[in-house]
Design a binder for this molecule. Sequence first.
Ligand SMILES: NC(=O)c1ccc[n+]([C@@H]2O[C@H](COP(=O)([O-])OP(=O)(O)OC[C@H]3O[C@@H](n4cnc5c(N)ncnc54)[C@H](O)[C@@H]3O)[C@@H](O)[C@H]2O)c1
Ligand SMILES: O=C(O)C[C@H](O)C(=O)O
Ligand SMILES: [Mg+2]
Length: 611
Amino acid sequence: MEHGTWNLARFVASRLSRSRRCFSSMIPRPCIIHKRGSDILHDPWINKDTGFSLTERNRLGLRGLLPPRVISFEQQYSRFMESYRSLEKNTQNETDTSAVALAKWRILNRLHDRNETLYFRVLIDNIKDFAPIIYTPTVGLVCQNYSGLFRRPRGMYFSAKDKGEMMSMIYNWPSQRVDMIVLTDGSRILGLGDLGVHGIGIPIGKLDMYVAAAGLNPQRILPVMLDVGTNNLKLIHDPLYLGLRQPRLEGEEYLSIIDEFVEAVLTRWPKAIIQFEDFQMKWAFETLKRYRRRFCMFNDDVQGTAGVALAGLLGTVRAQGRPLDHFPNQKIVVVGAGSAGLGVVSMAVRAVAKMTGKAETAAQNFFLLDKDGLITKERKNLDPAAEPFAKDPGQIGELRDGDSLREVVKKVKPDVLLGLSGVGGVFDEEVLKAMRESSSSRPAIFAMSNPTMNAECTATEAFKFAGENIVFASGSPFENVKLGNGKVGYVNQANNMYLFPGIGLGALVSGARFVTDGMLQAAAERLASYMTDEEIQNGILFPSVKSIRDITAEVGAAVVRAAVEEELAEGYEGYLGVGPKELAHMSQEETVEYVRRNMWYPNYSPLVQQK
Ligand SMILES: NC(=O)c1ccc[n+]([C@@H]2O[C@H](COP(=O)([O-])OP(=O)(O)OC[C@H]3O[C@@H](n4cnc5c(N)ncnc54)[C@H](O)[C@@H]3O)[C@@H](O)[C@H]2O)c1
Ligand SMILES: O=C(O)C[C@H](O)C(=O)O
Ligand SMILES: [Mg+2]
């Protein structure tokens, strides 16, 4: 087939007519099931509650197991939203905001446990309201209270006691096919530290976002907890703790558990993608190095975060009214030299090197701090991962190793202050006021740590102390700030949710062998270019969460094109799957359409039972 002669519409039509699979993007197609009667009502993947038609009730042995009236999907939807809105109304004056957040989570979780089609429809339609409940920040609270909230298991749990058994355990998962796994060991849950097995809430929340934003089929996702123990003594001594009450495995013992799990997954589902999430830094880097050239995986905290931050940094240059090629001149202070901070600096420095063609000087305008202050080459026991970004002491205003954040901001006068420290309030009044002396007339403050309590500062503090002309972004959502005189300080949410669904989806529908730096760079660049100049001038660096499906399609397509360019796209065996040659011939627009068409959308499908 010649380039340019490939016709997406014709191609999609031909796929639609020949496919017999049970999920579709828009048109409900029959779903083949192997269950009957009450087993159907207890399976949230296929349950429709009172929505089963009378003919379906007859066909599936459901007659008499439900009240006689058939309630339509739209009626069920309205009834759920009414009960949610009445909870909202009844709790609006409640001062215990955590209790309210958990009550909202419970009502959504009950629906999730009962009827996934309805759950995902309400989630997609109300993503701006519901993302903060099923995802950051409430998901952090859920993990902290997991033993009390636990009713039904979700996902799979592999523990150190399962060594030697994982290859058979993986077949206990009821779905024949899994496309996307989010895996954690619970060792660094948001900024909340080691929450052991209770960290399972994070993979669940991330995969909910995959379904909502990337349209992954919920029957093909798998949240996984690898329980290798916990070093959180409070949990070890808690009689209701649900995980192994032993210290974390270390060294080769630890790695052998991950190796065994990975082997088991890839034996059953060789094309599954594994997203590593909320691993403590040493294992985040070690596992990334170990696996990234062996199968299709990425670490969201290192790589997804880096792309989102880079998009924000490029947006800041535009918001400051400067041309993009000014980026290498921006002075950027990064607070936190962990998996996220180092991921951000590495990617941003690579972008500078690409722009200037000078790798040796690309890190000169980045200033990295950890809990012991500014990192210089004089640092004792300097972490090799931080070494390329360590400053020469004496550079700019006599910088010294261990200089405090206040000193660094005063001496450097940065254009951007970016926090990934996990420590709430480190951007205090003095630090924020010092940002008024920034060499930019429109400095940016990125308080990216999660959840809300761990943000380096609040939005209100940032606008109050650093000035009304700043650009502001936070990892957890904050309300826009009223500045008086009808002016509003715009709050961006700089969260990796803008990228990981598109990275995963792009890797999936291209059949990429690996996730490369080139694919990640393409994802970040697409996110950066998504905003118009007008939006950027108004301080809006990231799109509204409301358009997350659209962004994800664009990011996914950028990842597909990069995978094709790097000759890593092996094709996708899905409902609308294509081979590598067809992928190679798609235009940019056709790729976006192809990605979009592969998104699952929640509708009740007619159920057909096969013995
Ligand atoms: N917004 C997002 O999308 C996003 C993505 C990833 C991580 N995060 C958040 O970033 C935070 C850090 O994650 P991580 O994986 O890098 O953790 P990490 O534990 O690997 O690293 C934390 C780093 O912060 C440093 N630090 C601690 N206290 C400090 C202080 N007072 N001043 C300066 N530095 C200090 C530590 O020395 C370490 O270098 C978490 O809160 C996490 O939720 C946000
Ligand atoms: O989970 C999030 O909201 C973002 C990020 O992955 C984090 O660990 O904080
Ligand atoms: Mg994370």
